[in-house]
Design a protein around this ligand. Structure first.
Ligand code: ADP
Ligand code: ZN
Length: 430
C-alpha cells in the first residue's frame, strides 16, 4: 500500500525534527550561492521550525535576476541536468540538478505514482512534453524506478497516442487535463471507445489548474480514476504533491518540501485550513534549493489527517494563481469559477476560452465554447436557449454578465502544452 511506508507514515513530531535538520542543512548549503549568501547572511541555524517565518521570501523574479548561476550552490561540474520553467507568466527561469537531485526526484515521483495505485506491472504512457518542461523527464525516471514499462511518447498526435494505448495495453497515463478531453474526442471520431477498446485504469492529471468538475468529466469519459498531480520546476517538477486513492487533496511530500500558506496581501502565515498562497521551502535539493519560494498558487492546507494513513499533510486543489485573478468592472473573478459553471452544462463540450476586452470604457467578458454535437439538437432556438442558460449560470456564479458564443469543435486554439484559456485584450497601463 505504501512505497516508502516509514517516511509516508512518520509521526508529526518526527516530521518536525527531520524538517528542522534538513532545513538547517539546506540553509548552510544555500549560503554557498551568490543569491542566498547575501539574502541569508544574518540567519543563524534555526532551533525551531516556527523560526522559518522570519526568513525572507524568494520570488520568481529573484530567479530571473540571478540568471544564469546566482542560485547555484555547487560547482558547475556537479550539475547533470538543466530544466527551465515553461514561462507561462514571463521569461523562463533555469533550474539545475545534481545526480542526487535527479535520484531524489525520481523517488518522490515513484512514490507519488504508487500512491495513486500504479504498480510495476502497469504500462505507463507519458504524454507530457519531453525536454525543458519537467513533466516528461520528471515522471519518466520515477516510472522506471517503479518498474513500469514506460512509453516516452511525448505530447500531441492523438491518433498515435491511441494506437500505442491499444497495441501495448497502456494502463496508466500522465496527461494535461485539457489534452485529456481533446484526446477523447479524437478517439471518438476514430470510433474508439476507451472504456471498451482500451485497458486504461489511471490518469495522472496536472501541470495546469482544473476543477473537480473537469476531473469527474475525464473519469466518466474514459471510465477510470484521474489523480491530481502538482509540481513546479523551481522545486523539481511533478511529484511535489499528489492525490492518494482517497482523491481528496494532495499529500505534499514533507521530506521534500516545507509548505506554508500566506496571505498574499499581508504576507502573514495563515493557519492550516485557511486559503492563501502556497510558499514552499525545498529541503532536499542539492544544486539549487529555493527557500520560502512564493509559488503564487492559491490553496489551503487540509487540517484533518487522511484516512489512507499517510501523515504528510494535504493541500486542496489549486484554485488558480494569485496573478490569474481577473478584475472585470471592479469584480474579482477566477477562471476556475467559469470552468466550474461550464462543466455543469452537458451540452457544452468543455473546451472554452475567456476573452476580456474593453468596450465604451467598460470591461466586457466573453466566453467562447465549443459545442457538443451529441447534446445539441441542431435547432437554432435551442442554441439560443442554451446560450441564455449558460449566461445566467455564469452571472450567478461570478456576478458579472458575460457574452457567451458557440464555435465548432476544433476551432479553438489547441497547443501541445498547457492550455491558454484567458485572453485579456484590454490595454494595460492606460
Ligand atoms: P510555469 O510557471 O512557467 O507554468 P511550471 O511548468 O513549473 O512553470 O509550472 C508550474 C505551475 O503549474 C504551478 O506553479 C501551478 O501554477 C501549475 N500547476 C502544476 N500542477 C498543477 C495542478 N495539479 N493543479 C493546478 N495547477 C498546477
Ligand atoms: Zn491520503
Amino acid at each position: 500500500m505504501f512505497w516508502q511506508q516509514e517516511i509516508e507514515t512518520m509521526q508529526r513530531n518526527d516530521i518536525d525534527k527531520m524538517q528542522l535538520r534538513m532545513l538547517n542543512d539546506t540553509i548552510t548549503r544555500a549560503k554557498k550561492s551568490e543569491f542566498y549568501s547575501k539574502k541569508l547572511s544574518n540567519i543563524k541555524p534555526l532551533t525551531d521550525l516556527g523560526q522559518l517565518k522570519d526568513i525572507p521570501f524568494t520570488v520568481k523574479d529573484d530567479l530571473r535576476k540571478a540568471f544564469p548561476y546566482g542560485f547555484l550552490c555547487v560547482p558547475i561540474d556537479e550539475v547533470v541536468r538543466l530544466h527551465s520553467s515553461s514561462g507561462t507568466t514571463g521569461n523562463p527561469t533555469v533550474i539545475y540538478h545534481t545526480a542526487e537531485d535527479i535520484n531524489n526526484w525520481a523517488n518522490i515521483s515513484a512514490r507519488s505514482m504508487f500512491t495513486a495505485g500504479a504498480r510495476k506491472s502497469d504500462v505507463f504512457q507519458n504524454t507530457m512534453g519531453y525536454g525543458l518542461f519537467t513533466g516528461g523527464l520528471g515522471f519518466h525516471y520515477g516510472a522506471e524506478k517503479l518498474g513500469m514499462m514506460t512509453i516516452p511518447i511525448g505530447p500531441g498526435n492523438s491518433k498515435r497516442q491511441a494506437w500505442f494505448m491499444k497495441n501495448f495495453g497502456t494502463t496508466v497515463v500522465h496527461i494535461i487535463p485539457s489534452y485529456a478531453l481533446r484526446l477523447y474526442y479524437s478517439m471518438k471520431e476514430d470510433g474508439i471507445d476507451p472504456k471498451k477498446d482500451l485497458k486504461l485504469k489511471i490518469f495522472f492529471i496536472g501541470a495546469e489548474q482544473h476543477t473537480e468538475e473537469l476531473r469527474r468529466e475525464i473519469q466518466d469519459l474514459y471510465g477510470l480514476k484521474a489523480f491530481n498531480s502538482y509540481g513546479l520546476s523551481e522545486i523539481s517538477g511533478p511529484g511535489v504533491a499528489f492525490e492518494c486513492e482517497k482523491q481528496h487533496g494532495m499529500h505534499i511530500w514533507e521530506d521534500f518540501v516545507i509548505p506554508e500558506i500566506i496571505d498574499p496581501e499581508t504576507l502573514e502565515v495563515l493557519p492550516d485550513g485557511q486559503e492563501g498562497e502556497l510558499v514552499l521551502t525545498a529541503i532536499n535539493r542539492i544544486a539549487m534549493p529555493v527557500i520560502r519560494y512564493r509559488t503564487r498558487d492559491l490553496t489551503a492546507i487540509i487540517p484533518e489527517p487522511c484516512s489512507c494513513g499517510r501523515t504528510h499533510r494535504r493541500i486542496a486543489r489549486i484554485k488558480g494563481r494569485s496573478d490569474d485573478m481577473m478584475i472585470i468592472n471592479g469584480v474579482n473573478i477566477f477562471p476556475e469559477q467559469i470552468e466550474r459553471t461550464i462543466m455543469n452544462i452537458p451540452e457544452a463540450s468543455k473546451n472554452y476560452i475567456i476573452e476580456i476586452a474593453e468596450r465604451n470604457y467598460m470591461d466586457k467578458l466573453s466566453i467562447k465554447i465549443e459545442i457538443n454535437d451529441d447534446a445539441f439538437s441542431g435547432k437554432l432556438e435551442d442554441l439560443e436557449k442554451l446560450k441564455c442558460r449558460i449566461e445566467a449560470d455564469l452571472k450567478a456564479e461570478t456576478g458579472v454578465s458575460p457574452d457567451v458564443s458557440f464555435v465548432d469543435r476544433g476551432t479553438l486554439p489547441a497547443g501541445e502544452g498547457k492550455a491558454k484559456r484567458v485572453y485579456d485584450l484590454r490595454k494595460k497601463g492606460d
